[in-house]
Design a protein around this ligand. Structure first.
Ligand SMILES: Nc1nc2c(c(=O)[nH]1)N[C@H]1C(S)=C(S)[C@@H](COP(=O)(O)OP(=O)(O)OC[C@H]3O[C@@H](n4cnc5c(=O)[nH]c(N)nc54)[C@H](O)[C@@H]3O)O[C@H]1N2
Ligand SMILES: Nc1nc2c(c(=O)[nH]1)N[C@H]1C(S)=C(S)[C@@H](COP(=O)(O)OP(=O)(O)OC[C@H]3O[C@@H](n4cnc5c(=O)[nH]c(N)nc54)[C@H](O)[C@@H]3O)O[C@H]1N2
Ligand code: SF4
Ligand SMILES: [Mo]
Length: 747
């Protein structure tokens, strides 16, 4: 068989198109992984509009992880100190159904929780929402996206009246100034970065500004790197605004015609003089001025951001403060311009569409909005009032709910919280106390499996058919092209079967995922993310498609505005397409205006002090994906980054007498860890960096999240995973934390 499957890379939110073909090729030796499984061949899909044939090392090597250490069968145990025993699906479903009913009728539906993932396909997300929020009446569905882009969601909603990144990747090649803040795009969104960098190199006049406390590979490529102190983004952004105002670079016509709340914002920014801002951020006034000048002098400014902005106790305020700059300069709704949040996971965007956070409902709706609840109840054929009016528990609330006994059942799927949640000792202690935890994953073991009563084997990408949406709102069908191992099932099939066994037979009578998707898109009708024109069939025949994509009336805006005439001063294209949102300069707020947010900087939730004098920041490496369940099992990526480390500036290292590679004990108020030192000027003095990837299975005592805290943004409830206060102590005794090169022996 030489058939090629077109699909999407299942790693990051860039969403590169892949072409996958079977391992056996006439006349060529079949590549096999370490366990003897044939490896499928992967290359970039030149026809995919987002990536144009490019892939990074993760996409290129994905096939090598597919057959390694998979969970094949459902397994159960009565308590966490017992061994798992294999059971049939029937027994597992029976047990789960009984437990759900018991909790539902003793503690109430709000004691039932599901913690899902931006690595679900949209169909998985949708069925989970219908089961939890609809049929069971519990809004306690949250996803790891809470730790990832919930601040971007909250910021867009507050500023524009609806979620949705308004830009597209073409803007990378149309901008005059790319403003990258809190994003290491080169390592984490490599193909977005490739597109930008190529264009930047070809066009000398195009400016690239990078704002990051670390000198990352992204910062290396910039014309201007602002190595601000962690947590001073709002100072910087308000400082830039201050100068734009002083130098009269603002678009008064746009502010008058298209925005509200400018006076409150203007009052705030007048307090951010360059002297104050440069001092707080730890940068030169000259550099601050250069940044403001690049912004002001550019016809088209594109901001890109990700976790350095979102993972903050003032994440929503940071997002809105970025958007403010676009509003004050009219930099939105036109090619090459706009505030563009890069999504992390391959289908974080699909999760937003399907309502996959505890305060959302499908179709960009909100739990708190009575009309939205009524619309979804009616669509699902449920009685009025069935959907609870209260937003459900967030990821971290589920942990505290386990602590105080209000959570009676926790169902975790496609995420590994025993590595990725903040304050891991506390997280693990809470998981230890869980009365009943179901864990649905593709691989075994993972760190979270240690805390499960039931393990359910999930079919993963390549083994199930469904859709994913990337950062630029492009929806791609990912067809199954190989059989799931053992008895693994698609996530949505597992949720649907539980739904049927709970008595919701009609609600979950889907024969396949195409039917699930067909039902879901109907819920997006006339919503900002209208994709009623999409179906598996359409995506298969037409290829990847951007939303909004309403069913008929393709000329319709998707903004619910058809005949709007743009304000006369602004030469904006009159016609709407799905490439960019807000090209008509009308927003989803009641008055159609985008809102300025007026925020003073509050700084870090746990600033450094004499006891814990360093700021620890955490993040990612190019070749690894999150908790290593895949990339830790691939030779090439494991060799790229074989072990964890801590980056320390030479000045700090000299003062503490730490030498390169020496083991360092890192203590926060919550726990301590050990890392070999990597002494480098890439990190600013006073700040240290640790990658997030290594959990307890992969290295001893080197978990970044043992150190972090759960303090979160009051609006988005996203924890501040990017900063906590630590102290460093050089370890003189012989102690090793070499990453365990092979965990196979442990399995
Ligand atoms: N290789 C790889 N790529 C990935 C992933 C992966 O695991 N591996 N994961 C995907 C996912 S889910 C996500 S969310 C994205 C994340 O993508 P990014 O957000 O680009 O990645 P991070 O390394 O988490 O953090 C980005 C940068 O924020 C900086 N930072 C820390 N504190 C501050 C601050 O106070 N202000 C500013 N301005 N910057 C700060 C850090 O120094 C870091 O360089 O990557 C996606 N892509
Ligand atoms: N300190 C610190 N912590 C962080 C971050 C940080 O920057 N710093 N970043 C945060 C962010 S942005 C994110 S997104 C999270 C990521 O953290 P996690 O979500 O915990 O990371 P993953 O390793 O991607 O976990 C995904 C799991 O899903 C499984 N899986 C893959 N495909 C499927 C499928 O189709 N079905 C099922 N059921 N399972 C599947 C994989 O085997 C894996 O175990 O980490 C967060 N934690
Ligand atoms: S850039 Fe992201 S989507 Fe593209 S190949 Fe790499 S990991 Fe996959
Ligand atoms: Mo993420």
């Amino acid at each position: 068989m030489t058939e090629v499957t077109k699909t999407l890379c299942p790693y990051c939110g860039v969403g590169c198109g892949l072409e996958v073909s079977p391992p056996a090729q006439p006349g060529k030796a079949t590549h096999r992984d370490g366990q003897g499984n044939p490896i499928w061949r992967v290359r970039g899909d030149k026809a995919h509009p987002s990536s144009q044939g490019m892939v990074c090392v993760k996409g290129a090597t994905i096939a090598e992880s597919l057959d390694k250490n998979r969970l094949h069968y459902p397994m159960v145990r009565d308590s966490l100190d017992q061994k798992f025993r294999r059971v049939s699906w029937d027994e597992a479903f029976d047990l789960i159904t009984k437990r759900i009913q018991a909790v539902r009728f003793t503690q109430g539906p709000e004691a039932i929780c599901m913690y899902g993932s931006g690595q679900f396909q949209t169909e998985d997300y949708y069925i989970a929402q219908k089961l939890l929020k609809g049929c069971l009446g519990s809004n306690n569905f949250d996803a790891n996206s809470r730790l990832c882009m919930s601040s971007a969601v909250a910021g867009y909603i507050q500023s524009f009246g609806a979620d949705g990144p308004p830009c597209c990747y073409e803007d990378l090649e149309l901008t005059d100034c790319a403003f990258l803040i809190g994003t290491n795009t080169a390592e984490c969104h490599p193909i977005v970065f490739n597109r930008l960098e190529k264009y930047h190199k070809r066009n000398r006049k195009v400016k690239m500004i990078v704002v990051d406390p670390r000198r990352t590979p992204t910062a290396e490529a910039a014309d201007l790197h602002l190595a601000i102190r962690p947590g001073t983004d709002i100072d910087l952004l308000n400082g830039i605004a201050h100068l734009l105002m002083r130098w009269n670079y603002i678009d008064v016509g746009f502010i008058d015609d298209c925005t509200s709340n400018f006076p409150a914002y203007a009052e705030v920014i007048c307090h951010y003089s360059p002297e104050i801002v440069a001092d707080r951020c730890g940068i030169d006034i000259k550099d601050l001025e250069t940044a403001a000048r690049y912004w002001g002098e550019s016809q088209r400014v594109l901001s890109l951001w990700s976790m350095g902005v979102n993972q903050s106790s003032e994440g929503t305020a940071k997002v809105r403060t970025i958007i403010n700059l676009h509003l004050m300069t009219g930099q939105i709704g036109k090619p090459g311009a706009g505030p563009f949040s890069l999504t992390g996971q391959p289908n974080a965007m699909g999760g937003r569409e399907a309502g996959g956070l505890a305060h959302l409902l499908p179709g960009y709706r909100l739990v708190k909005n009575p009309q939205h609840r009524a619309e979804v109840e009616e669509f699902w054929g449920l009685k009025r009032g069935q959907i609870s009016p209260n937003p459900g528990l967030t990821a971290w609330d589920m942990i505290t709910g386990l602590e105080d006994g209000t959570v009676g059942l926790l169902w975790i799927a496609a995420t590994n919280p025993a590595v990725s949640m903040p304050d891991l000792e506390r997280t693990k202690a809470a998981l230890m106390r869980s009365p009943f935890t179901i864990y649905q994953d593709a691989y075994y073991p993972t760190e979270t499996a240690t805390y499960a009563h039931v393990l359910l084997p999930a079919a993963q990408w390549s083994e199930k058919t469904g859709v994913m949406t990337n950062s630029e709102r492009t929806v791609t069908l990912c067809p199954a092209f190989r059989r799931p191992p053992g008895e693994a099932k698609a996530d949505w099939e597992i949720f649907a079967e539980v739904g049927r066994r709970l008595g919701f037979v009609g609600e979950f009578a889907f024969a396949n995922s195409a039917e699930v998707y067909a039902e879901f898109v109907k819920l997006t009708r006339d919503r900002p993310c209208d994709m009623t024109g999409l179906s598996h069939e359409q995506l298969r025949s037409q290829g990847p498609t951007q939303w909004p994509h309403p069913a008929e009336e393709m000329g319709r805006t998707g903004d619910g505005e058809i005949n709007f005439t743009p304000p006369p001063h602004h030469k904006s294209p009159n016609t709407q397409s799905s490439k960019r949102l807000y090209t008509n300069l009308r927003f989803h707020t009641p008055d159609g205006r985008a809102r300025f947010g007026a925020y003073h900087s509050r700084g870090l939730a746990e600033p450094p002090d004499p006891d814990y004098p360093f700021v620890l920041t955490t993040g990612r490496l190019y070749g690894h994906w999150h908790t290593l369940t895949r990339t830790g099992r691939i030779e090439k990526t494991r060799q790229m980054h074989p072990e964890p480390f801590i980056e320390i500036h030479p000045r700090d290292a000299a003062r503490l007498e730490i030498t390169d590679n020496q083991l360092v004990e890192v203590r926060s108020r919550r726990s301590k860890t050990f890392f070999p030192a990597k002494i480098t000027k890439a990190i600013a003095p006073g700040t240290v960096f640790v990658p997030m990837h290594w959990g307890a299975l992969w290295a001893d005592n080197a978990e970044a999240n043992a150190l972090t805290h759960p303090e979160s943004c009051p609006d988005s409830l996203q924890p501040e995973l990017k900063a906590c206060a630590v102290q460093l102590i050089p370890v003189t005794a012989e102690l090793t934390v070499n990453a365990k090169v092979s965990i196979a022996a442990k399995i």
